[in-house]
Design a protein around this ligand. Structure first.
Ligand code: AMP
Ligand code: ZN
Length: 475
């Protein structure tokens, strides 16, 4: 079976092959932590989760980096109003982001770099761009010179002539050579100092623009060339065009080989949900209104293909909750039912067909909704077979294997294990103690025991983090 992904660069579904056999380097644009993530953001993030899970199901080792934008104009603005520093201002929103991701069973990425912790990498890249004349300093700000990068516009299939004429882009007051040149660095203003938002650089004290953070942080963790770069469609232009221009001009290498863009979630009025527009819904709002996070997860990844627009509504969330319930009931029923003596040939054939069809759907540009259509057909037929006591031992084994495969993407079938988080935290503390006492055998044993239970530990500078492994990644 071959995985095909729709690459925005080529505009077609292309066979996916990473640069290094068996390993995928993936970068995804993460949250700007100036507020709680809204359900539209969550759709994009759960799309990343689906890509990541399917790559792992397909046998790849994935190194996934997702940035946290902890400095931008909105954050500066809000921190100023709140009379605090940007670091203090974003802290609760960054924490809320991880909580939301956990309750949606987002599989944790390998790295969550924060922009303010990678200023030296950004300064280096900007210096290179200035040296090469891809960038210039104007009144303390630094801009990327679009005319120095002929490929500009290739991702969003923009024509450059149109771009120059596009005076709509010229919304700011800076002294740019061309309206489409974009800021890499912004000169420090006195108020930025109080906010903790100014850094020294050879080209003047200031703070980074938004685009440069992704180019610099992806390079730091994944190297010059990424296998996959993903984000929501709204980021294609200008953000991703700008990332390509910065990275390719600085590194002289292809930046990302495959670009994936997920469509919007619309609000009840059909408009793109957005924080700035005001009418947005958070995960917390929906949970308070009685929706199960896993129904929300199901709705966001399985109801529509990632390249189709979806409208958020109560009805759709209820329907998703109902689908999760049906699937769980079915899984329980298969598990609890003692098999009949003989296998049912028709059920065996149908299950195999659906299993193949499901894999093909996922391999066809991650068409989970199509795969789920097949699975629900099978649930109906298998329930009839169960009513008639026709499920044999082999039938049962194959049905269970299929449900495991489906849940490797969905992750809605396993129940939350009460007390699991506390127990893992306790074992992590015990492992830390063992390490301090130089009892490395005990420390390793704890890590291995947890791994067998499907839990991976990762050492980070913020301490030890844990995440669940999906089926197939445990050995
Ligand atoms: P932000 O926190 O605004 O930087 O956005 C984080 C991610 O959410 C980006 O990948 C955006 O493309 C995505 N995003 C923002 N609004 C929506 C929406 N209404 N529907 C789907 N994705 C969105
Ligand atoms: Zn980005």
């Amino acid at each position: 079976m071959t995985l095909r992904l729709h690459n925005t660069l080529t505009g077609t579904k292309d066979v996916f092959e990473p640069l290094e056999a068996g390993r995928v380097r993936m970068y995804t644009c993460g949250p700007t932590v100036w507020n709680f993530a809204h359900v539209g953001n969550l759709r994009a993030f759960l799309f990343y989760d689906l890509v990541r899970r399917h790559l792992r199901v397909s046998g790849y080792r994935v190194t996934h980096v997702m940035n946290l934008t902890d400095i931008d104009d909105r954050i500066l603005d809000q921190a100023m109003h709140a009379g605090t520093t940007i670091a203090d201002f974003v802290q609760p929103y960054a924490a809320a982001f991880f909580e939301d991701m956990d309750s949606l069973r987002f599989e944790r990425a390998e790295h969550y770099p924060r922009a303010t912790e990678h200023i030296p990498e950004m300064v280096d890249m900007i210096s290179t761009l200035i040296e090469q004349d891809n960038a210039y300093v104007a009144d303390g700000d630094v801009y990327f010179r679009i005319t120095s990068f002929p490929k500009y516009g290739a991702l969003s299939h923009l024509d450059r002539a149109g771009l120059k004429a596009g005076a709509r882009v010229a919304t700011d007051k800076y002294d740019k050579e061309s309206v489409s040149d974009f800021a890499l660095w912004k000169k420090a203003h006195p108020e930025d100092e109080k906010l903790g938002a100014a850094w020294d650089a050879p080209f003047g004290r200031g703070r980074p623009g938004w685009h440069i953070e992704c180019s610099a942080m992806s390079k730091r963790y994944l190297g010059d060339t990424l296998d996959i770069h993903a984000g929501g469609v709204d980021l294609m232009f200008p953000h991703h065009e700008n990332e390509i221009a910065q990275s390719e001009a600085a590194n002289h290498k292809t930046f990302a080989r495959v670009w994936l863009h997920s469509e919007f979630l619309s609000d009840a009025t059909g408009e793109k949900m957005s924080k700035s527009a005001g009418g947005f819904t958070t995960l917390r709002n929906l949970v308070a209104a009685g929706h199960d996070p896993l129904a929300i997860r199901f709705f966001l990844i399985a109801n529509a293909h990632y390249r189709a627009r979806v409208r958020l509504s109560n009805e759709a969330l209820h329907a998703a909750g109902e689908q999760v319930r049906r699937l769980r009931e079915f899984a329980d029923r298969v598990r609890r039912t003692a098999p009949a003596q003989r296998d049912d040939a028709q059920l065996a054939e149908k299950t195999e067909q659906v299993r193949t069809g499901y894999r093909e759907a996922l391999d066809d540009d991650l068409n989970l909704p199509q795969g789920m259509g097949l699975v629900f057909d099978l649930v109906r037929e298998a329930n009839t077979a169960l009513d008639a006591e026709r499920m044999g031992p082999q039938n049962k084994a194959v049905l269970e294997a299929l449900l495991d495969e489906v849940d490797a993407h969905l992750d809605v079938l396993r129940a939350d294990e009460p007390g699991l988080a506390e127990e893992v935290e306790r074992l992590i503390a015990e492992r830390e103690d063992a390490r301090k006492a130089r009892d490395f055998a005990r420390a390793d044993q704890i890590r291995e025991d947890l791994k067998r239970r499907g839990i991976a530990l990762e050492d980070s500078k913020d301490g030890v983090r844990w995440r669940r492994l999906i089926e197939g990644a445990r050995s």
